[in-house]
Design a protein. Sequence first.
Length: 274
Amino acid sequence: MTLTQTVQPSARSHEWSHDEQGVLVGAAREAPPRRLSGGWVVQIHDGAIDVFERTGFRVPGDDRPGRARLLHCGAVLANLEVAVRVLGWVPVTVIGSAPEAPDRIARITAGTRTTPSTRDRAEYRAVFGHRSRSDVDARRLSRALVEQLRPRLSGTGVRVRAVREGDAHARLGERYRLADHREHPGGCFAIAVRLESRSDLIRAGQAAQYLLLAAAELGAVGDFVITPFRYPKTRVSLAGELALPGFVELFVSIAIPEPRRVPLTDPEYPAARP
């Protein structure tokens, strides 16, 4: 997903300035869905960015084990990594808690200094819903998004399956597309993990958010579909049906909004007079 390594305690860390902290917190707040912003806490101190899970926060619906909350914490983590890169640093992410902080899900520190790439800047704009390209082709969208996400999945145990029109499992994709997406072209993606440990759920949410950002770069919109998977047997049966190892944790629904059609009577564009 990103560079992961052990940080030596003696290593000198970058101290985030007030303006940089504003960029980081602003990116974290944009993680979907915003109504669950009470499920996590971001703390920036001593050169580290810590993301904590608020275990007492109840996600709407039946989420007693906190599965959905961890998936959304993973989305926050992805947005923070994007912000670190656009600030000119390689993010070093360590997922997991510590004896003194059992509710911590991850810590990010600044690795080596780097110049943000065009892709880094485009991804950061996507955090706030701004597209970088408008030449999206609905017929090739699913393949393009999976290929873009593939390098981030290496070594994470997370698997992504695009469920497209014409696919043998197309009915699943249609079932799990959001209601307001079904009238538009787009796609649906299943996110699965081999195990259901705390870190696996965080990585699944992280991968799902990176998928949404890649779609947003192209002008598409999307969101997570989580609540139908609260029962373990549902997650296992979906994985079997889609030939994915482990458990399907969520679907990501993507839609390409139709371009705005301006009627002849639109006051912004008055009809030409003879």
